[in-house]
Ligand binder design. Structure first.
Ligand SMILES: C[S@@+](CC[C@H](N)C(=O)[O-])C[C@H]1O[C@@H](n2cnc3c(N)ncnc32)[C@H](O)[C@@H]1O
Length: 287
């Protein structure tokens, strides 16, 4: 395909911002389009946001629908056709299938094994165990420690979210789960230890515990801010924290907690190009 074909990104939200970063040299992005008038005239990731009509007047060779929901994508495609657009329409649904965060975790697992970095693995924020099952499979020889209320967001953390305007989280969101459901989902359930309850109250007192890999995916400010120093202290040299939702527009507390922790520790988080903006924090082999 010749380089430099023009593309318009339809949907100026979090997914759109990450897709703008993922576009390779086949296309150059000319603008975002969005149906929300309040965004017109602004910029996202340094790219101007226009109305769909104004964007199409630039005659893009292709339009990428920056949503992952198929039904919404079909509505947006119909809208483009009504506006007489007959060019290429791209649907980034493959991004659901190809998960950059999972790939990063698996590459880290290979490296941690090769370098013989000692310690268990863990996840804070397990919900129904989707990512926990992937971690369990990638680290088959290690104990996996799983922390969650298994009853959804706790009231006291949600209160902080609304007081500080961090998200619209509600008490009990993500409550549709239970330990046994997660256990059944794990490929190696005999390697799992469950810590059900409010984090950080459930963090083990055993000072000898060490971690090689920890996923922090609690969405909210309070548990993320509590988890970072606790797990960081227990990371083996070369051990990794992988924190989800750091660029989330829906949940801004995880990013706030990471920025505060990094400032205090003098660390720079390494970005991961998944759609929610995860980051990696790693302990050096020698300090
Ligand atoms: C986005 S979900 C986790 C998603 C999960 N990693 C997956 O793969 O689907 C966030 C989880 O964090 C948990 N959580 C949030 N705050 C918590 C706290 N203070 N203590 C324990 N769990 C908490 C919620 O119960 C919820 O299950």
């Amino acid at each position: 395909m010749p380089a430099g074909k023009s593309i318009m990104l339809f949907g100026a939200g979090q997914i759109g911002a990450m897709i703008a970063r993922l576009i390779g040299s086949d296309y150059s992005v000319i603008c975002f389009a969005d149906n929300f008038e309040g965004k017109w005239g602004s910029t996202l990731a340094g790219i101007p946001v226009r109305s769909p009509e104004e964007g199409l007047s630039l005659h893009p060779d292709a339009v990428c629908l920056c949503v992952l929901d198929e039904e919404r994508a079909s509505q947006m495609e119909a809208q483009l056709r009504e506006l007489c657009y007959d060019g290429t329409v791209l649907r980034p649904t493959a991004l659901r299938t190809f998960d950059a965060r999972a790939a990063t975790m698996r590459l880290l697992a290979e490296q941690i094994r090769e370098e013989a970095i000692p310690g268990d693995v863990a996840e804070l924020g397990v919900f129904r165990g989707e990512f926990a099952a992937m971690i369990n499979a990638a680290f088959p020889e290690r104990t996996i420690r799983l922390f969650d209320t298994f009853a959804g967001f706790p009231e006291r953390d949600v209160a902080i979210e609304s007081e500080q305007g961090l998200s619209r989280a509600k008490t009990g969101d993500f409550s549709d789960t239970e330990v046994e459901l997660v256990r059944r989902r794990l490929p190696l359930p005999e390697k799992a230890a469950f810590y059900k309850g409010y984090f950080p109250d459930t963090f083990p007192a055993d000072e000898a515990l060490r971690f090689a890999f920890v996923s922090i995916d609690a969405d909210l400010y309070a548990p993320t801010a509590a988890a970072l120093p606790l797990f960081w202290e227990r990371l083996s040299p070369g051990g990794v924290l992988l924190i989800h939702d750091v660029n989330s527009t829906q949940f801004s507390g995880a990013g706030k907690a990471v920025r505060e922790f990094c400032r205090k520790q003098g660390l720079l988080p390494m970005p991961v190009c998944d759609l929610h903006g995860s980051v990696v924090l790693r302990r050096p082999l020698r300090e």
